[in-house]
Design a protein around this ligand. Sequence first.
Ligand code: ZN
Length: 184
Amino acid sequence: MDAVSEGRLAQVNPTLAQKIRQVADQMASSGVQLRIVQGLRTKAEQDALYAQGRTTPGKVVTNAKGGQSMHNYGLAVDMVPGIRGASPWQPNWNDKDPDYQKMIDLCEQQGLVAGARWVHIPDVDHFQLGGIPVTPTPAMLACLVAGGCTAVWQQFITQPPASDAPVTATARTTNPADKTTSSS
Ligand SMILES: [Zn+2]
């Protein structure tokens, strides 16, 4: 993906980033470049966004407070396809376009949850990791506040087995997450 997108992917969960790159590669092979328009949005940034139109100037743009969006956990991205043949790259915001639908289909094949499917307020460019609750739980928020995104990933996300870095006994005992994990 382009440098802007890769910079954003570097801040989100590696499993999510890997799935997004696979979708991007598949789309690129059919002539469409995807771009990440939003990756990690910190809890503080989310709080500021929530305040907009409520206690600060501007119009309301979100109903999610800090900790209520998967973006706050590095577990979601917003992504848009480029207009076919456009140079320089231009975003294709038409979610009825076959290229847009193809992007959504490929993401779902990767097991990602597509905001386009949300019933009440579809969020067509939003994709988040599956296999976890669709909205962050209080336990996830507590973990985020205590240890940041990485702590949430360690405790709530099943990571694929590392192929070239076996976990040693030393590494396990020095991992602070092990001491607080009770059921996962
Ligand atoms: Zn989003």
